[in-house]
Ligand binder design. Structure first.
Ligand SMILES: [Zn+2]
Length: 708
């Protein structure tokens, strides 16, 4: 051996060592960063070369499996280090997983050695999940770490809902969501196909649903909603909207099935149906177009229509569940409708039809339950199951109907206790139409505040007691789209929050602590981008309001508060303690720190907010301030005047000052401090503090009176 060849040899081994060290650290990272994290994963030394691996016949013949396999076995890119290039690729094989003890068809095991990659599963779904893991585990230089993985999901239902009614998105966008969801083992895409803002599925029996009901006059949902809510004929010059043909939806179903995702369609009943009742007005109680949101549940034609729609839906969507809505029915017309009253009488839920008594809310709820029961039984007769929002819970609802909980723990427990399977999607942790960062830093959203970390800390395990836990099908994130006008905006709202839910759905109680999950999620950003998704950038997050959830000490801390105008029962925060407990609220007015005030009627001259504080003893005061929130969509506005008067005896009050403000409508929620200050201290024990609403009227929301 010449000196030269020795030198070359030692250079090569030096190079290999460096490459090995680099690749080991990459492997370690991949382990931490797999999302969702597998149930059990143990590494052994060594690597398996997978670039150039050959697909067995069972994979060759399955387009879905093959697509993932190709990513795993893809040739390495030219700028990567061709490690183990001298070795033949590993042998890939599919083997059975003993079904005994396997609770889920999605369970799988992986055994990776330098020479082989063995996937064990009971069937196709398990194989898919295994391949989806391998795609994440493959390194850039075409290898897999030697490892054993045993994995299975905690929950069978790991979903995302996209509202395609408020804004219609093209089919390709839905396919992209399926592809992205599958990459993170999410398995249900729930499409909210109908609502006032547009009917989105071709129904051959009822062509007016899409000829008229799919097209509205304004692209902006808000402008349309506030501007008369009119529909126009398909092809009209100002028509905004669209619908999916049955052929397109079948294509989507097949595309999703290849990737292990099920499409769950939803049509709304009996409410949220303005578009249907304008296209087919005879299905409402009044028969007047543009005047009804609710179907007439007393009219046999309603049942025939809905059965017709469901028949075509079952034909297109093979899913076990069909979602029938059931939320937020106003039911006002039912009270006076002869058909509704007759149906109630026949069902024994109301006095005879000639009675002058108006049915109560409970009786109207029961009438809705009659309709939902009929539809649940209709689906069951065809081998399907109904799912509905939690308003459908009623003793009349057949046990085989499942409930999607959007409100709270009480609803989840009530549904489960009545024997229904439940999917948890409470607005508090699963509504992705809420702001994901400080609202002033974000495009306009519907309100609320749900940052990534709050999704990651969704207390899914605590919503049902152990005795009812078996009723829990899983979890779902919901994207309502009133303020989500484009596919790009929808992506930004879905991701990365949906990745936190993917982990929770798969890992259940083994979900990583929020900081780790956040890290893993950020590391998935290149994968999201490769899938064509531009997520919200977590690394630029502004975060919660600085003052929120921190105790602030001031002179009025613990002071007694007398309300001259009561706070609204629905927004009590911490009741009489709220304004002097040292706690500020966050970006959401319903976070339990903000107290709401409203006056009935249109009086904007007298104060909506009017309290007296008793500091307990006379103190020297230079400043009195309060923060108010403005969120225009739910009619929460800054006050036009904030006034403070002081007293030493609680009888004679003297004005200390006022802060005036002329509010304008803003797109994003914001918070503003109103302050009355004196250069010289005022002696006072009692403070009368008043705030007058702006010219817009509406609500006032404040969280703390700070006295200094
Ligand atoms: Zn009616």
């Amino acid at each position: 051996m010449s000196a030269l060849s020795l030198l070359v040899l030692s250079m090569i081994s030096l190079f290999s060592l460096t490459a090995a060290a680099q690749s080991d650290s990459a492997v370690g990272e991949n382990e931490q960063l797999l999302l969702p994290r597998p149930q059990s994963l143990s590494y052994r030394p060594g690597e398996s070369r997978v670039a150039g691996m050959t697909a067995p016949d069972a994979v060759q013949g399955d387009a879905g499996l093959l697509a993932y396999f190709r990513q795993i076995a893809a040739p390495i890119s030219t700028n990567s280090v061709a490690k183990h290039a001298h070795r033949p690729p590993a042998v890939f094989s599919l083997q059975p997983l003993q079904p005994s003890g396997v609770k889920s068809l999605e369970a799988y095991a992986l055994h990776i050695t330098p020479d082989s990659v063995v996937v064990r599963a009971t069937g196709r779904l398990g194989r898919l999940r295994a391949l989806q893991t391998l795609v994440q585990l493959r390194s850039e230089n075409g290898t897999l770490p030697c490892a054993d993985i045993d994995d299975a999901p905690s929950y069978a239902w790991r979903g995302a809902m996209i509202d395609v009614s408020r804004h219609f998105y093209p089919l390709d966008f839905l396919k992209q969501q399926v592809e992205t969801m599958a990459a993170f083992k999410l398995n249900r895409l729930h499409l909210h196909l109908t609502d006032a803002a547009g009917w989105r599925m071709e129904i051959l029996r009822y062509p007016r649903l899409t000829q008229l009901g799919a097209w509205r006059t304004d692209a902006s949902w808000e402008a349309w909603w506030n501007g008369g809510r009119r529909y126009v004929e398909e092809g009209s010059p100002n028509a905004y909207g669209g619908y999916y043909t049955q052929a397109q939806l079948r294509e989507l179903v097949a595309f999703a099935a290849e990737r292990g995702v099920e499409i769950v369609p939803e049509i709304e009943m009996p409410a949220h149906s303005e578009e249907v009742l304008t296209a087919y007005p005879n299905l409402s109680c009044t028969h007047v177009p543009y005047k009804a949101a609710d179907f007439c549940p007393g009219n046999p034609q309603t049942y025939a229509f809905l059965e017709g729609v469901l028949t075509e839906m079952m034909d297109v969507f093979p899913s076990r569940y069909l979602h029938l809505g059931g939320d937020e029915a106003g039911k006002a017309d039912w009270k006076h409708c002869p058909l509704c009253r007759r149906r109630m009488m026949e069902e024994g839920i109301v006095a005879p039809a000639d009675s002058l008594l108006t049915p109560t809310e409970a009786q109207l709820h029961r009438l809705q339950a009659v309709l939902m029961r009929h539809m649940a039984d209709f689906l069951a007769a065809h081998g399907r199951r109904m799912m509905g929002w939690d308003e459908v819970v009623d003793s009349l609802l057949p046990k085989h109907a499942a409930v999607m909980v959007w409100r709270n723990k009480e609803m989840a427990q009530r549904a489960a206790a009545l024997g229904h399977d439940v999917v948890l999607a409470p607005a508090s942790h699963c509504y992705f139409d809420f702001y994901q960062d400080a609202p002033p830093s974000q495009p306009e959203a519907i309100g609320g505040y749900l940052p990534f970390d709050d999704v990651a800390q969704f207390p899914h395990g605590a919503l049902l007691p152990d005795s009812l836990r078996s009723r829990m099908l899983g979890v779902q994130g919901n994207l309502w789209t009133e303020y989500v006008p484009t596919p790009a905006a929808a992506q930004r709202m879905l991701y990365p929050r949906l990745l936190a839910l993917a982990e929770i759905g798969w890992c259940g109680r083994r979900t990583r602590p929020v900081a780790e999950l956040r890290q893993a999620t950020i590391a998935q950003t290149p994968r999201l981008r490769a899938l064509g998704v531009q997520p919200f950038d977590l690394t630029t997050e502004v975060g919660q309001r600085a003052e929120a959830f921190r105790v602030r000490h001031h002179l009025a801390e613990g002071a007694t508060v007398v309300y001259h105008v009561p706070y609204a029962e629905v927004y009590p925060a911490a009741a009489a303690l709220t304004l002097t407990d040292g706690h500020h609220g966050g970006w959401s007015y319903h976070d339990g720190r903000w107290q709401g005030f409203i006056r009935s009627g249109s009086d904007t001259s007298s104060p909506t907010f009017d309290v007296t504080l008793d500091l307990g003893r006379v103190q020297r005061i230079t400043s009195v301030s309060a923060d108010f929130m403005q969120v225009c969509n739910p009619e929460i506005f800054y006050p036009s005047a904030f006034r403070v008067a002081t007293s030493t005896d609680g009888i004679d009050f003297h004005p200390m000052g006022e802060a005036l403000f002329s509010s304008v409508r803003t797109r994003q929620p914001d918070i503003r401090t109103f302050r009355v200050q004196r250069p010289k201290a005022v002696r006072a024990r009692y403070l009368r503090i008043q705030a007058t609403p702006s010219a817009f009227g509406g609500w006032l929301f404040t969280d703390e009176i700070v006295v200094q």
